[in-house]
Each structure stands twice: as structure tokens, then as C-alpha cells.
Design a protein around this ligand. Structure first.
Ligand code: SIN
Ligand code: CO
Length: 388
């Protein structure tokens, strides 16, 4: 795919046009972005997921015990038999990690960096259901997969935008509508971060939200400096061998600031460490506890692949790769490995392939660096054997 080809999911815009004119800037409504796309799971299956201990789910009732009542899952069968006929919605997070067909949907967003994708949330709403007018800090694509939903969009918000006094939900005190559309199955709406929006189900409906992740500046600063600090010895300190006689012993002079700035610049300016940290941070899994590696020896793995075993990415694992001056970096679920440059095509394959097997790995299995890498990834759990 080249960046100038029309993309159906973007209504015929190319990646270049979408990124230039809409991404992080303004909303885009695409009628029939996914024409004929059938919801990968039924409302009952979604409700079923919300009963599971490990699944993150919420129900929002517009007229509950409070207005916009938030209930957190896991729920039980009882929950659903006591809900009203209308004005409530069920939201299930990271369905892509539980339902492979939903994970496949994220492949349609290959015109964006994969490591920017966070998860696919799916909502089911009874007629009139919604979560109220609000804004999110992240980009989102809202794909209508069943029934109709009215989306109203409003003003661009900021951290100081007035909210209703509500313990759990961030509902806007003042929603200034600019446009509205009724989305039918297959239609999709892209919303940039901080744009006020308000979805309400026209009839019973389901919506897939493909959400993105972006660290806050505060997260970048705290996490990167924590990461850097591991590599700095306690002996390295503020030093002032160039100290000049003080005019006033109580004054902190600007030369002290210059020494601090030099100290910070020396460490913060290390591009290889910045990239290493960023790759690890962006591939950190949402549910790291789900990724448990397998105990096996390198030759056992090689033999299994020889005999037809198939490896797949763990549904909770995240992968990315990058180039540095001294080689390649593979990021897998929050960890990084420095690798020789001749493995570039293997890294691309590991990140993108739906499965790895003797067929597509053939050329690599004889390469000791490649075999070792595959072994590490299976031991770490980012790759696992496919179920037969
Ligand atoms: C929903 O799908 O019901 C809510 C999605 C959102 O507005 O963020
Ligand atoms: Co939202």
C-alpha cells in the first residue's frame, strides 16, 4: 500500500490526505467505510464477556440511582434481567484481546502506526442509551456495526472545560453542538482528541471504538527520567570544579543552572536510550499478567516448527521495531532487544505476520541469531503456539 492510494475505510481519501487534513485536527464522517461489515459478536456475546472476571466492562444508565449512573463489571446474569428497556449502555474494553475477529479489525488501520493503537472497545446500547456528552484525550474511530446511533459533535475542549459534578464520569456541563449525524451499520466517524461528542442509540445498537494511545507529557517526563536513572551511577553528581568565589554565599547563581542544564542535556539527549524507553513504553501491554511465557529449549522450538507448529502473537502482546546506529531494536510487550541489522526482514515478519511457521520462517531457522530471537519471544510469551 502506498500512502497515495485511496482507502475505502477513509471514504477514498489516501493516508496522506487523511493525515494532513483530519488526523488530530478535525472529525471525518465516512459513510459505508466498512460496507457490509457484520458485527463480529452479538449483543449476547458482548454481555457474556462482561460476566468474565478478567474483562473490563461498565454499564452507564442515564436514569439510574443517580443520573448517568456508572456500574463496573464483572456483572452477573441478574444484572441484565433488571435493566430498563431503554437509556443504558454496556461498554467492554479491549475486546480485540478476547475475540480474534475484532483484533483483525485493527489491521484496517494500517495507515497509522500500529503502536499508536490502544484497544477496540465495543458498546451495546438499548434505545436512547449513551454515556453523555464528553470528550476523550485520544483519537478514536467509531464504527457502527449494528443498529443506528446519533452522534452529535461539539466544541474543542481543554482540561479546564467545565464538567458536571459527577464522581465517576466526566460529563460536560455545557455541550455546544455543531453537527449531528445518524450512523448506520458500516458507517464510521473519526474524532480527534478533545472534541466534545455525544452518542445516543436511535434503536438497539452496537459501536466499535478503535482507540489510540498517546502518553501525556507528564508521563513522558516521569517515565523516561525513571528509566534513565537506572543507568546513572550514584557517583555522578552535580559538580562544580569551575566554581568562582561567591559574592553572596546564600545566592544560587546562574552558573549553577548552567551546570544542571548540561547534566540534564547529557542524559536526556541520548537518542538510543530515548528510543529504547519509548518503544518499551508504547508496547507495554494493557494486561501484562496475561502474557506468560513457555518453558522450552531452543532445539525443542526448532523441532516443533520443523514438525509443523505454528506461532502466533499473544492476543495481549504488542510489538514494534526500530533502527539505531548500532543495529535494530525489537520491542515486544514492554521489553527491548538489540539485534543485528541482517534480521530486519524477520523483525517485520514477526511484527506483522498473522502466523509464523516453517513456510515463512524457512530462511531464518538456520540463522542462529534468528532462532535465538524466536526462542526468546516464545519464552517471554509475546509469541505462543497456535491452538490446533
Ligand atoms: C460508546 O461507544 O457508547 C461511547 C464511545 C465514546 O463516546 O467514547
Ligand atoms: Co468518547
Amino acid at each position: 500500500m502506498t500512502s497515495d492510494q485511496p482507502i475505502q475505510a477513509l471514504g477514498g481519501l489516501s493516508a496522506r490526505e487523511f493525515l494532513r487534513d483530519y488526523w488530530q485536527k478535525k472529525p471525518l464522517l465516512v459513510r459505508q467505510a466498512f460496507s457490509g461489515y457484520a458485527s463480529p459478536l452479538s449483543p449476547d456475546e458482548l454481555a457474556g464477556l462482561s460476566l468474565e472476571e478478567d474483562v473490563e466492562s461498565r454499564i452507564v444508565l442515564e436514569h439510574g440511582t443517580t443520573s448517568w449512573e456508572l456500574r463496573r463489571g464483572p456483572f452477573d446474569e441478574q444484572t441484565y434481567s433488571t435493566l430498563p428497556e431503554q437509556d443504558w449502555t454496556l461498554l467492554v474494553q479491549a475486546v480485540d484481546q478476547w475475540v480474534p475477529e475484532v483484533a483483525d479489525l485493527t489491521r484496517q488501520f494500517d495507515f497509522l502506526p500500529n503502536w499508536r493503537i490502544d484497544d477496540v472497545m465495543i458498546s451495546y446500547a438499548a434505545p436512547g442509551g449513551g454515556v453523555g456528552p464528553h470528550f476523550d484525550s485520544y483519537d478514536v474511530f467509531l464504527l457502527q456495526t449494528q443498529g443506528r446511533r446519533r452522534w452529535r459533535i461539539g466544541q474543542m475542549c481543554a482540561t479546564d472545560t467545565a464538567l458536571l459534578e459527577h464522581g465517576d464520569l466526566k460529563i460536560l456541563a455545557d455541550f455546544q453542538q455543531t453537527e449531528e449525524w445518524v450512523l448506520e451499520p458500516g458507517d464510521m466517524l473519526y474524532l480527534p482528541p478533545r472534541l466534545a461528542h455525544f452518542g445516543t442509540a436511535v434503536d438497539e445498537c452496537m459501536t466499535c471504538s478503535i482507540g489510540f494511545r498517546a502518553p501525556s507529557a507528564a508521563e513522558v517526563l516521569t517515565h523516561f527520567t525513571d528509566f534513565l536513572a537506572q543507568f546513572v551511577s550514584d557517583e555522578e553528581r552535580y559538580a562544580d570544579p569551575d566554581l568562582q568565589p561567591a559574592e553572596d554565599p546564600y545566592q544560587i547563581q546562574t552558573d549553577a543552572l548552567d551546570r544542571l542544564k548540561a547534566l540534564l542535556a547529557e542524559h536526556m539527549g541520548d537518542e538510543r536510550l530515548l528510543l529504547t524507553w519509548f518503544g518499551q513504553f508504547m508496547t507495554e501491554p494493557r494486561y501484562p499478567e496475561r502474557i506468560v511465557g513457555a518453558e522450552l529449549e531452543a532445539d525443542e522450538l526448532a523441532q516443533a516448527i520443523d514438525e509443523g507448529a505454528v506461532l502466533v502473537r499473544h492476543p495481549s502482546a504488542r510489538m514494534a521495531w526500530s533502527e539505531v546506529d548500532i543495529g535494530l531494536l525489537l520491542f515486544a510487550s514492554g521489553q527491548s532487544t538489540l539485534l543485528p541489522t541482517h534480521l530486519k526482514d524477520l523483525l517485520k515478519l514477526i511484527c506483522a505476520a498473522e502466523s509464523l511457521h516453517a513456510g515463512n520462517l524457512a530462511a531464518w531457522l538456520k540463522d542462529p541469531d534468528a532462532a535465538e530471537l524466536l526462542h526468546q519471544l516464545v519464552k517471554q510469551g509475546s509469541l505462543e503456539f497456535a491452538d490446533e
